[in-house]
Design a protein around this ligand. Structure first.
Ligand SMILES: Cc1ncc(COP(=O)(O)O)c(C=O)c1O
Length: 558
């Protein structure tokens, strides 16, 4: 088995493993991955990470997601430096405690069609009594320990009064008309406070953090939406906040190398010539051709300003391609160093257990609301035919899918960043083109070469520019429960314009990937069928990037 430390992460925070190690018992010899880690004092694979199994059984509702070891089938686990195990365990325990908080009970409710039962938590309402009256079926209340906040009640109350939930489920009539096939419905996460789904998770985690002894918050960000959401909740609760974000930085030698190297690459040259031949030529166009990708702080400058305005410290990350992967590695490095005082608010349903589960749970409000809105708008028991979402690390997609995974008649489709095409070397289509390995503490699909080195991803959208994916998506893919497709940068840009013009909604470039997939999907579906798309964020942050590619004056020249 090839097991190497990813070149992009020399301090062993990132361990890339080309293939899963064979099953082993407690007494068996350590795998190469274990040895590679153990040879460095700062990192060992946790016992909880025990060797991944590679079986991919079809999904069954009884499959625990995750199991007690934090695995989704073969995927997930905890592949982290020893120093983080205690923090992850504390987080896991605190989360479990919050779930079992006596302020909440679980009751069964019956769906509209009266046939199917599902579980839903309801608040007993120690702080929220009026809004959530005690169902008569529940036993009398047990007093809550004064130091324990009723997390779920608090979470729901802030989601409602501060974030502005529930977000609408909106019928996109002109898009529907445009395709002439399935009805298109948008779950409007872009209307949340701060403009994306990310705040659901940041809020949940900050409330959890308040229950623990951690007083300092760190986070990584790519598109800046998770950074803004985290800076926002930290401002609300008065916590110091540090955000890691990639910044393009280029030394003189590198500049000359790239500048002269540029003229030898025909595809770049043709891009240059193309930009010359159109009225959209500008210096920024030229610099995009010369130095593609790698500049999150530049391409999401609006969000950098917002984070700083909110009082967060934005720490530039210059390593690697200066994108989300590198920001995540840097945040983990900080966490390893300051674990006693610091909570890491990871922004997607990725990373070591319990993050994929926890982030999914906090985001699952999206799917829960969607179900209720389908019933109220379409009639009891009526459900969509397809759920569609873009996939970076996978949190907005899992937030929408989770509620419906066991409704096997509903197609779940995740859309990845196809960049310049999945057959090129420039894409971030992890599930389409990757293979299982370990990145940022979790075993999942990964863009890697034969030696297990992480391949630098590419996407026009900073939030999808990531070589890994949350482990539950890997499980759903291998189990055949969810489908994954990729669309190119150009297709996403086209959708960005189309949805702006047809619906008066400027979507985030991340979201535009899911919207772009409608081109293939919607016309092929019968009239009367329904697609719900997670409109994960708004596109204000992306107008500068888009303006570099689009020539918009009075109209659009394509
Ligand atoms: C608006 C928006 N949508 C989607 C994503 C992708 O992240 P995830 O796959 O975790 O939802 C991002 C990431 O920054 C984002 O900002």
């Amino acid at each position: 088995m090839a097991a190497r430390l990813a070149t992009s992460s020399p301090s062993l925070v990132v361990l890339a493993t080309a293939q899963p190690s064979p099953p082993r018992t407690a007494k068996s010899k350590p795998s190469n991955a274990m040895r590679a880690n153990a040879s460095n004092s700062s990192a060992t694979v946790s016992a909880a990470a025990a060797a991944p199994r590679t079986t991919s059984k079809p999904h069954s509702p009884s499959t625990p997601r995750p199991d007690a070891a934090g695995r989704f089938g073969a995927f997930g686990g905890k592949y982290v430096p020893e120093t983080l195990i205690a923090a992850l365990t504390e987080l896991e325990q605190e989360y479990a405690k919050a779930q079992a908080d006596p302020a909440f009970k679980v009751r069964k409710i019956v769906d509209g069609d009266g046939k199917k039962e599902r579980r839903r938590r309801c608040t007993r309402g120690t702080t929220n009594k009026e809004k959530n009256p005690t169902p008569s079926s529940l036993p009398p209340s047990t007093p809550t320990h004064p130091s324990i906040h009723p997390l779920k009640a608090q979470f729901e109350s802030i989601l409602k009064n501060y974030v502005g939930r529930p977000s609408p489920l909106y019928h996109a009539e002109r898009l529907t008309e445009h395709y002439g096939g399935a009805e298109v419905w948008l779950k409007r996460e872009d209307l949340n406070h701060t403009g994306a789904h990310k705040i659901n998770n940041s809020l949940g985690q900050v409330l959890l953090c308040l229950r623990m002894s951690k007083k300092r918050i760190i986070a990584e960000t790519g598109a800046g939406q998770h950074g803004v959401a985290t800076a926002t909740v930290c401002a609300k609760f008065g916590l110091p906040c540090i955000i890691y974000m990639g910044e393009f930085f280029i030394g003189r030698r590198e500049f000359f190398f790239r500048f002269f190297g540029f003229f030898f690459f025909r595809n770049k040259l043709s891009l240059f010539l193309h930009s010359l031949s159109t009225s959209s030529f500008s210096l920024s166009n030229l610099s995009l051709s010369l130095f593609p990708g790698a500049k999150d702080m530049e391409r999401q400058a609006l969000n950098v300003f917002r984070m700083r305005l909110l009082g967060a410290e934005v720490r530039p990350v210059h390593s690697g391609t200066a994108t989300l992967k590198d920001a995540t590695s840097e945040a983990i490095r900080d966490w390893v160093t300051n674990v006693e005082t610091t909570h890491y608010i990871l922004g997607s349903a990725a990373g070591p257990h319990p993050y994929p589960m926890m982030v999914r749970d906090f985001q699952s409000v999206i799917g829960k609301e969607t179900r209720a809105q389908c019933y109220s708008q379409w009639g009891q028991g009526q459900l969509p035919d397809v759920l569609l979402a873009c996939v970076g690390g996978g949190s907005n997609a899992m937030g929408l899918f989770h509620e419906f995974v066991d409704d096997s008649q509903i197609r779940l489709i995740g859309v990845e960043a196809g960049g310049e095409g999945v057959d090129s070397t420039k894409h971030a289509a992890t599930l389409t083109r990757g293979s299982p390995g370990v990145l940022h503490g979790s075993f999942s699909y990964l863009l890697q070469d034969e030696e297990g080195q992480v391949i630098d991803p590419h996407s026009i959208s900073a939030g999808l520019d990531y070589p890994g994916i949350g482990p539950e998506h890997s499980y759903l893919k291998d189990a055949g429960r969810a489908e994954y497709a990729a669309v190119t940068d150009q297709e996403a840009l086209d959708a960005f314009v189309r949805v702006s013009r047809l619906e008066g909604i400027i979507p985030a470039l991340e979201t535009s990937h899911a919207l772009a997939y409608l081109e293939k999907l919607a016309p092929s579906m019968p009239k009367g069928s329904r697609i719900v798309i997670n409109c994960s964020g708004r596109g204000d942050k992306d107008v500068n990037t888009a303006a570099k590619f689009l020539n918009i004056s009075g109209g659009i020249e394509e």
